[in-house]
Write a protein that binds this ligand. Structure first.
Ligand SMILES: [Zn+2]
Length: 379
């Protein structure tokens, strides 16, 4: 069990003194429950809170709101942020680094992540931790989509022509994650407006799960894409070196001359190229080669040359993604209908590793996640 410090002044703080009985219980619970990570910003459902505390689930939304500004609650993502948690608990740069790692999960939007960094700015500075240079989702989406509109497949020529589209519109409950985001040209986006693709007469794009580390990897290794990115986001001009240094520090397994696609056309005709790349070059470890060879045989996986950078991006984020983990994750899904495209596999692998890290973080060795826990937020 992780141990956390508590301050005996807690009960004499005016904020706590003014809370009603249930508010005191809820506030204490939010700081001490096992879902709470080092950042104090974590996923928890109302059902869990109600179950653990005995408070009525129906009363929780108003009770959570009454804990503002000490606690922010984001109901659409089941996220809770106990804002002073990190400042109260941080005893070492290591703890702060772990907290920053916690908020890199998909559920935390770029905006919230930025807010978290800003809120804890002084602490991060005092610990001499530079906030990681992070690309915005807007940048990551267009890098993933190779600067092409995912509806008409036209190449995007300028930033003015680029719209980051929610495939299922937000107004219809569409999420702000990579499986629901696509690069779109202005014309397609205007034709679509707040409609689903089908309603707008457009073919739904086939997009894949993605992560900023993969986008950074591509920028580092593909000068053509880097140049295009800078032409779209010229304000990044002064940060290129920082970004490239950042990735060198954090992704030591990446090699400089890993082959990468410079083309931006259809991926359907590239089958097997990924495998040739693996066989022909020596940049991958033997385990990574085995992983790639296993992955390209998965049902619904069409190999292409992006497989190698994708795997290296995933492994830089989750070095524990081994052949054994791959097999365990594939086994877990063996009873399901095979995915229609590899984006679903990629998402499964990444979520598998996130869940694994969460469970390791809670130091519950030997206890496997329940099916329900694994399903939460998947796909
Ligand atoms: Zn278009």
């Amino acid at each position: 069990m992780p141990e956390r410090a508590f301050n005996t002044e807690f009960w004499s703080k005016p904020f706590v003194q003014d809370l009603p009985k249930d508010g005191k219980l809820l506030y204490t619970y939010l700081k001490t429950n096992s879902h709470c990570n080092q950042a104090g910003l974590y996923v928890i459902t109302l059902a869990t809170i109600a179950f653990d505390t005995g408070l009525a689930a129906a009363d929780l939304p108003s009770q959570l709101s009454s804990l503002k500004p000490k606690v922010e609650w984001y109901p659409e993502d089941n996220l809770v942020w106990v804002k002073d948690f990190l400042q109260e608990q941080a005893k070492s740069p290591k703890f702060i680094a772990a907290a920053l790692a916690c908020i890199k999960i998909d559920q935390v939007s770029d905006e919230l992540s930025t807010e978290f960094h800003m809120y804890n700015e002084q602490l991060l500075q005092s610990a001499n931790i530079q906030p990681p240079i992070s690309l915005t989702k807007r940048e990551c989406v267009i890098i993933r989509d190779k600067f092409c509109c995912q509806y008409c497949h036209k190449e995007l020529k300028s930033a003015a022509d680029y719209e980051m589209d929610h495939i299922i519109p937000k107004i219809s409950g569409g999420k702000d994650n990579y499986l629901n985001l696509a690069a779109s040209c202005r014309d397609c986006n205007q034709a679509k407006l707040d409609k689903d693709p089908q309603e707008a007469g457009l073919a739904p794009p086939r997009v894949s799960s993605f992560h900023a580390s993969q986008a950074l990897f591509i920028l580092k290794n593909n000068p053509k894409i880097r140049e295009k990115w800078l032409s779209f986001f010229p304000e990044r001009g002064g940060e290129v070196e920082l970004i490239l240094n950042n990735i060198e520090q954090h992704q030591s397994i990446l090699t400089q001359d890993t082959p990468l696609s410079a083309s931006s056309s259809s991926t359907l005709s590239k089958s097997k190229k990924g495998v040739e790349v693996v066989k022909g070059k020596g940049e991958l470890s033997s385990e990574e080669k085995e992983i790639i060879q296993r992955i390209v045989k998965l049902k619904g996986w069409q190999a292409d040359e992006d497989d190698v950078p994708w795997l290296q991006g995933l492994r830089s984020e989750f070095p524990g993604f081994t052949l054994a983990e791959l097999k365990a994750c594939v086994d877990y899904y063996s009873g399901r209908a095979p995915p229609k495209h590899k984006g679903i596999w990629k998402n499964r692998f990444r979520n598998w590793m996130i869940k694994k890290r969460e469970f390791e973080g809670k130091q519950r060795p030997g206890k496997l996640p329940t099916t329900k826990e694994l399903e939460e937020g998947w796909e």
